[in-house]
Structure formats: structure tokens, C-alpha cells
Ligand binder design. Structure first.
Ligand SMILES: NC(=O)c1ccc[n+]([C@@H]2O[C@H](COP(=O)([O-])OP(=O)(O)OC[C@H]3O[C@@H](n4cnc5c(N)ncnc54)[C@H](O)[C@@H]3O)[C@@H](O)[C@H]2O)c1
Length: 343
């Protein structure tokens, strides 16, 4: 049995990773500051993590050092981050302090006490300026946005700690993740969460651009299997976590509408310039967000090469897109019903 820390454990991915590790019989310590995480994410059929999760902030260097000193973790999954892209863009200092500074706090604490493996959750967003598909781990044109630039910087500090101190560190670059526990209710939910929320409320989803833009989507259980497999092996590694398949936003929307019996509700389309209009700060000031950048973000094509994950770790994604969406809807609808009753 290993002693494992999961940061960001009240979030979408961290909560399910914690549960999967717990089911494997590991001693799991969960940590989150609940800035985005939810108590509901911590309730599982055989275990309720609400009592034991540590409410802590990865920006608090002293508290993180004390925790690592006390607990002597074998493995650390560093999942915590500010994840909505526009939130990072309009609060850049907080985003960098959290996503970069918080990662360095984890790396430094892990170095001091000898954590055997650190696994860091990065993102396919680092490939936002890539024109080569499927994108391979060793080719990353410098990203432009605060979220992706911050994640790429944090990846580079992971590399630095592996090179300078000989630590064992794996960077996982997740494609667009979907599955149960996806957040349907935050200000800017991930696309699957947004679509489910709109159909649940009998409202048309508003898709920016044509909706034909294609993305690489990976189901959360597939991701977790790989995240556990990468505990094996030494040194530094960067691994794309992807199906190496794309689906358009329109196609995802139609599948969700069908699963929810809402096929009569049709998508509406909006210009890319409106993409982050819930964040007026980005459209004001002497320098405003560039329409070209918004257009890149909305129309972005993502396709990640997953041959490294297959060859080194023997991993293959298993969950079919429609089946994954069905499970996501089945999990999300009761939560939306509960939220509707509470409001
Ligand atoms: N969901 C995706 O499609 C996707 C894709 C690529 C990469 N990722 C990465 O995977 C990780 C998890 O993503 P998610 O979708 O579960 O996001 P999420 O927002 O649901 O979870 C992130 C968690 O981190 C916590 N957190 C934020 N700041 C913190 C701080 N200062 N201290 C402690 N906890 C803090 C939040 O409260 C939240 O519970 C992130 O690092 C994200 O960048 C996610």
C-alpha cells in the first residue's frame, strides 16, 4: 500500500482519481481549497471523503511543507489548478500564483522529503498554437493564453526538478476530459457540462462559430487508468492522454440531446467575438482581448498523438464516446435536479 496525496481532490478529475486509488487499497489523502471543488464530488457508494479531505491551499508554502514533512507521501498527484480559461485570463496573478507557484510549492516540498513520484496534470491546451496533428509530446509551440502558458511553465518546472534533483516526475497532458462529476454549473462549464445543463433547462445551447470545430475527448475513467499506470517507471516523462480521435461540438451536442430526449431543441450559433462576454474585463481597458486569439480558441482543432501512452504504459482508451456521454448525463441530471430544488 502506498501513501498518496491528491491535490484538487474535490474537483471533477481529482475526486474520481481519489476514489479509484482508494478502491485499489491505497492510503489516499485528499486536499482542496474548495475554490471550485464541491462536497458532492466527495460522496461515493462505499466511501464519503467529506470528513477527511484537508481544506488547504497549494499557494500556502508553509502549510504544504508541514503537511509533506508530517505525512511522508510515496506518490503525489498534483491535480489542483484554476481550470476555466477565462478565469485565468481575467485574474492572471491568481492563476499564475496557483497554477505555477502552487506547482513549485508541491515540487519543492516533494523534493525535501523524498516523494518517490510526482504526477502533474497538464493539458492539451499547451498545443493551442500547434499546426501539427496529431500533436506529439516533444513539439509545443509557445502557448499564448494565461492558462496554457502557465501550465507549460509548470511543466517546465517539473522538468527542471527532474533534471536538477533526479526526481521521478510525469507530466500528463489531458485532452478534453468528460465523464461523471463534470461541472455543469460553474460560470463557464466545460462543453459537455454546458450542453447537459442547457438541455436540462430546455434551453438552446449557444455554440460559438459553426460548431463544426473538432476536439479530442477522453473519458475520465480511461484517463484514471493511465494516471495509475504511470506510477511505474523512473525519470521524467511527458504523456498525452487522448483517444487520438476527434468529434465536433455539434456532434457532441446532438448525441447529448438524443440521450436526454431533447432532440427538438436546436443549437444556436454566436460569433466568436462573444465567446468570453461573461468576462467584460477582458473586453475593456486600453488593450482588449484580440479577436484573433478568441477565434483561435473557439475554432481550435485538437488531436493528440497517444502512441507514447500505448507503447510505454500499454494503455488503450476503452470507453466509446456515446457510452461515455450517456454515463455523464446519467450522473449529471440528478445533480442538476438537486441544484434546481435548492434554488
Ligand atoms: N477537465 C478537463 O477537460 C481538463 C483538460 C486538461 C487538463 N485538465 C487539468 O486537470 C486538472 C483537474 O481538472 P478538473 O477538470 O478536475 O478541474 P476542477 O476545477 O474540477 O478541479 C480543480 C480543483 O482544484 C482546486 N483548487 C484550485 N485552486 C486550488 C488551490 N489554490 N489549492 C487547493 N486546491 C485548489 C479546485 O477547488 C478544484 O476542486 C487541472 O489541473 C486541469 O488543468 C483538465
Amino acid at each position: 500500500m502506498s501513501k498518496i496525496l491528491v491535490t484538487g481532490a474535490a474537483g471533477f478529475i481529482g475526486s474520481q482519481l481519489s476514489y479509484a486509488l482508494w478502491k485499489k487499497g491505497e492510503e489516499v489523502v485528499l486536499l482542496d481549497n474548495f475554490s471550485y471543488g464541491k462536497e458532492d464530488n466527495l460522496i461515493f457508494p462505499e466511501v464519503d471523503f467529506r470528513e477527511t479531505i484537508l481544506k488547504m491551499d497549494i499557494k500556502d508554502e508553509e502549510a504544504i511543507n508541514e503537511l509533506f514533512e508530517k505525512e511522508k507521501f510515496d506518490v503525489v498527484y498534483h491535480i489542483a489548478a484554476i481550470t476555466p480559461l477565462p478565469d485565468c485570463q481575467y485574474k492572471p496573478k491568481l492563476a499564475i500564483d496557483t497554477n505555477v507557484g502552487g506547482t513549485v510549492n508541491i515540487l519543492e516540498a516533494a523534493r525535501k522529503v523524498g516523494v518517490k513520484k510526482v504526477i502533474f496534470s497538464s493539458t492539451s491546451a499547451v498545443y493551442e498554437n500547434s499546426n501539427e496533428f496529431p500533436s506529439k509530446e516533444d513539439k509545443v509551440p509557445t502557448p499564448s493564453l494565461i492558462y496554457s502558458g502557465g501550465k507549460f511553465a509548470a511543466e517546465n518546472f517539473c522538468r527542471s526538478y527532474a533534471e536538477v534533483y533526479g526526481m521521478n516526475i510525469v507530466v500528463l497532458r489531458f485532452a478534453n476530459v468528460y465523464g461523471p462529476h463534470i461541472d455543469c454549473l460553474r460560470k463557464t462549464p466545460p462543453v459537455a457540462g454546458y450542453l447537459i445543463k442547457q438541455y436540462f433547462n430546455n434551453e438552446s445551447p449557444v455554440l460559438h462559430s459553426t460548431g463544426d470545430q473538432e476536439r479530442d475527448f477522453v473519458y475520465v475513467d480511461d484517463l484514471i487508468r493511465l494516471a495509475i499506470l504511470v506510477q511505474q517507471g523512473e525519470g521524467f516523462d511527458v504523456v498525452n492522454v487522448s483517444t487520438n480521435e476527434t468529434h465536433s461540438i455539434n456532434s457532441m451536442s446532438r448525441i447529448i440531446a438524443k440521450i436526454m430526449g431533447k432532440e427538438d431543441i436546436k443549437e444556436e450559433y454566436a460569433p466568436v467575438a462573444h465567446f468570453w462576454e461573461k468576462y467584460p474585463e477582458l473586453y475593456s481597458g486600453a488593450y482588449k482581448i484580440s479577436e484573433k486569439i478568441l477565434s483561435n480558441e473557439v475554432n481550435k482543432y485538437t488531436l493528440l498523438d497517444n502512441s507514447h501512452a500505448k507503447e510505454r504504459y500499454g494503455w488503450v482508451p476503452e470507453v466509446d464516446f456515446e457510452e461515455g456521454l450517456r454515463r455523464t448525463v446519467e450522473f449529471s441530471v440528478p445533480l442538476l435536479e438537486k441544484a434546481a430544488k435548492e434554488n
